[in-house]
Design a protein around this ligand. Structure first.
Ligand code: UD1
Length: 359
């Protein structure tokens, strides 16, 4: 059985790690194709090294571009690779442009597609990720869902027969890494006080409009708690393009680089909470039992909202109240599974749902 994974962006490397391990252990031949969507060493290489992911078999080197240019370039580059490899399954992850390109190239060549992290919805059709999720789920043959809510979304779109609840593979990684890191050794820059919130901002809705971007940074700099902003390259690029200063001297906003995965987990454990617009980090905050404030009007990970562990603060005048709210005391359930999702997903590919017969 040959499984070909298409990945390209940082959160996909995190999901790939436990899948590569499980697929290898269960005896699958696993081919990794890296589109090159994320190419900086600290957005890509360190994840392969730290999470012990085998080096990609094929690197397409596509890089950045507008949504259509980037997705189209990936599609063109993937076609000959899939044609040559002819895997039993093409496995795509999450909701990035790499996910959609992998899906389209595969279905057009009549190759069976499995979508890991299927069924998530924000119901916000302005988000490129929402287009990618919906289109991928409807094109794929096997939908590996992380949560019951995701299963319900798939059922309501008529996709129940192709859907399997496997749990969340990011939970597998998060728990494994949590048990190995020392929060005291988190790489917190000099000058950041003991009490701080860890922050990331990269979504198009917060970074692509100069007024919104300036307002987000102003609101972060005005918070009554220190903010360690781990600046995603998109944030840095947009600030430069729009002439908006990222650093705010005199404020308690500290700007750092994106972190490798274990350092990020250690930093969240060391922090008083998280402020973000990332999907993965909202969930990691929940799994690591730190309160999260999300600078978005909706979340795909709705389970994090229960008990006040995560609060949505799209209106920036509510950000300070949300961030300084009392720490939640509500007990958490296990909506994201038991940390064995990758084994279930790999076993489903190898022994479960048969791949559809194609010419
Ligand atoms: C992508 C995903 C998003 C995911 C995020 C995680 C899509 C539509 N979006 O967003 O869902 O949450 O990855 O990080 O696929 N850049 C660099 N170096 C890099 C990567 C990006 O400098 O290694 C800069 C470039 O200026 C680029 C910009 O960041 O134009 C945006 O990168 P892109 O891959 O298009 O999207 P992300 O914002 O990273």
């Amino acid at each position: 059985m040959k499984v070909l994974s298409v990945v390209g962006a940082r959160p996909q490397f995190v999901k790939l790690a436990p899948m590569a391990e499980s697929l290898g252990r269960l005896g699958a031949e696993h081919v990794i194709v890296h589109t090159g969507q994320h190419y900086d060493a600290n957005m890509s290489d360190v994840f392969f090294a730290d999470l012990e992911i085998p080096a990609p078999d094929v690197s397409l080197g596509i890089g950045s571009g507008s949504q259509g240019v980037q997705t189209g370039a990936m599609l063109a580059a993937l076609d000959p690779v899939l044609a040559e490899q002819r895997p039993d399954w093409v496995l795509v992850y999450g909701d990035t442009n790499s996910t959609l390109a992998g899906t389209l190239s595969a279905v057009k060549q009549h190759l069976p597609v499995a979508h890991l992290e299927a069924g998530l919805r924000s119901f916000n059709r302005m988000m490129p990720e929402e287009h990618n999720r919906v289109l991928t789920d409807h094109a794929a043959d096997l939908l590996l869902a992380p949560t019951r809510v995701a299963m319900d979304h798939l059922a309501s779109e008529g996709l129940a027969a192709r859907s399997v609840l496997v749990g969340d593979v990011m939970t597998d990684v998060c728990f494994r890494v949590r048990d190995t890191v020392d929060p005291a050794a988190a790489p917190v820059p000099a000058g950041v006080p003991d009490e701080f919130v860890a922050c990331t901002v990269h979504r198009a809705e917060n970074t692509d409009d100069p007024d919104r971007l300036a307002a987000v940074l102003d609101a972060l700099a005005a918070l009554p708690v220190a903010v360690l902003l781990l600046a995603h390259p998109r944030l840095v690029a947009r600030c430069r393009e729009f002439g908006i200063p990222l650093e705010r001297p005199g404020s308690a906003l500290f700007v750092g680089e994106p972190l490798p995965y274990p350092a990020m987990v250690a930093t969240v454990l060391r922090s008083a909470g998280v402020v973000t617009d990332s999907g993965g980090l909202q969930k990691e905050a929940y799994l690591l039992a730190r309160p999260c404030t999300t600078i978005r009007s909706e979340t795909e990970w709705v389970e994090t909202l229960e008990g006040g562990w995560n609060v949505l603060a799209p209106q920036l005048d509510t950000l300070s109240d949300a961030v300084t709210r009392p720490a939640p005391t509500a007990a958490q359930g296990t909506p994201y599974g038991d940390g064995k999702a990758a084994d279930r997903a790999a076993s489903e590919l190898l022994h479960g749902t048969p791949a559809p017969q194609r010419p």
